[in-house]
Design a protein around this ligand. Sequence first.
Ligand code: BGC
Length: 742
Amino acid sequence: MKLRKDRVAIMEWKAKWIKPQKDMGDVVPEFHRTFSCGKEVAKAVLKITALGVYEAAINGKRVGEFIMAPGWTTYEHRLQYQEYDVTKLLNMPGTGNCFTVLVGKGWYRGRLVGWQSSPAQQELQKNPAGLLVQLDIEYSDGTCTQVLSDSTWKVRESSIRFSEIYDGEICDAAAEQSAPEETEEFDGPFDHLIPQEGEEVREHERLVPKEIFRTPAGEVVVDFGQEITGYVEISVNAEKGDVVDLSFAEVMDKNGNFYTENYRSAKALYRYTCREGQQTYKPRLTFYGFRYIRVNAFPGGPEHVSPDAFTAIAVYSDIKRTGSLRSSDPLLNRLIENIFWSQKDNFLDVPTDCPQRDERLGWTGDAQAFAKTAAYNFDTEKFYTKWLGDLAADQGADGYVGFVIPDLLKADDPSTAWGDAAVIVPWEVYLAYGNKEILERQYSSMCGWVRYITEHTTTPGLWTGGTHFGDWLGLDAEEGSYKGASRDDFIASAFYTHAIMLVIKAGKVLGKDTRSYEELYHTCRDTFLRTFGECKTQTECVLALHFDLTEQREKVSAQLADMIQSCGCHLQTGFVGTPYLLHVLSENGYEELAYTLLLRQEYPSWLYPVTKGATTIWEHWDGIKENGDFWSSDMNSYNHYAYGSVADWMYGVMAGIKPVEEAPGYEKVRIAPVPDSRLEWFEASLDTRHGHIRSGWYQENGSFRYEIDVPVEAEIVIAGKTYDAAPGSYIFYSSAKKEAQC
Ligand code: BGC
């Protein structure tokens, strides 16, 4: 799908793209130029971007706080530039100013994707590290001047000898500063430069070591107590040439040894050669997903490591927290915390599957599964708006949507439930924030996805044919397969009708003529009902119920409950069924069973990883098995947010806070909490565009007391009774329910 011209803010660039005249290989180039301002400066505004990731400084002071700028977009179509007010960084008139910019490989020129060399990426890798700078200076007397990137800039090899997304960074602070070399102008991309659209990626939490210990293998390991995405800042008093060498890991193996196999080919290393004296340093142009570091080398030897030598810094998009969930159950609280962390850890400019192994890609299936939860937890409007812009830009002319966005994989066939990010994510963003603009921007992309399916299916009215990931990681998979037992045609046809429905809904919001989609929807629903009589798996039941693809709700929900109970009262659903599982149970009279699944502690369950010490959401329910073995070394991430989508059931059903379709963005609110006596209390709160909502329930002498605050007109449903409420705070009571049987 080609970019609409009006989306691209056209700006007059006077600057030239520059690159090192001589290729510097793996070494990160540092572009530089000096300039002086003859008069007092009233304002100085810098516009800057790079082919790679940049860190700019003026007079040694960092420009802005954006880590990994200019961010990750679908570079063939869109490249962001940033604008910073740098007035305060400039020296007094008459004194020189020194402008330096490091440009690392980042996502642009890195070896993405990690397990294969993507042709699209190979093309990008041929490009040199490029820089574009335009500094507009306005003097107090009203006159103006500019500092522009051009071939008068020089470049030198920086102390960063290597930097890449998967493999980490190597810095030699002891090396002599290398001599300036020439830059040259080149024909870089101007036509698809866009102003910063997403959230800036910034540093957030700083964690001190929780424990430093020696493993049975004799290695020195630092545990930060929490898996994060970011890097480690080191602070040492060293002799010139001393080395700090670190490896990163998510988990320790069952013998208590440092374990990195699940990073696959990602080397995730950090090697820093010290200069003389006290110094503090951190990686500048990469990131790691980790909880532990192994200290391979340290001044005086790893045994000299002290806790104040290391600080872990969490790095992620600057999303503002909006939601909170708390309960009387410590395990559930830890699960909730893990969901928040996995979101932060996988919101580094693009919604990724995981932040550590040789993927870290914007997998569309994972993104759509988690989008609703994400929009409760944090304000994700800007973040997703940018990513959806990339999705639309990467979309094929025939409506194809990739497995990952930016689409480095360019698969032959799209997959159901992955490509559906094109319709589900914009709709969730609209529901959460009530802003039509996202639908306006994405509507043609949404229609494109439906068109793709309509034109490529081998059976009109269904989506048959193609290749799909299916109910990825479903536990009913055949031995050795990642794909659950649910039928591809069933899943694909169900998501197809859902996609059409979302296009209809979006179209109505935008005042479009949706009649042809309505007709298509009815044809597809009828065909679905005629074709798929029986549901065969838990996920099939879930989809039939959630997407309204059954005339026998009672029967199908009883079948689902029965399937859950008869397999030992646990879920078997994968990426496709799990996000909706508890919703369909509670919507169809099985709320106690839904709670049973949520509160279950044995494998497979949400709480099982928590009992194993998880601090983030795992890719597999049994990433670490009961006996301490790993599920596998190949596909075993401990920071995959997809199953964290259960939080939207906690907000939406346990606390009963759901957006109302007719009044999106919580302009009007409906609160319908569903308590369960296995918890003493539960509370949720949400900052919305229309104010703060709180909904909590507490057991009290055999009753539930509900405390509800609403900032706008609301409908409050307590134990089946509906109350119309004006903005304010309310207390209700209902009798406590019986415990579930399972
Ligand atoms: C990713 C997933 C993704 C899947 C698709 C994996 O390697 O980590 O989360 O959705 O592939 O098959």
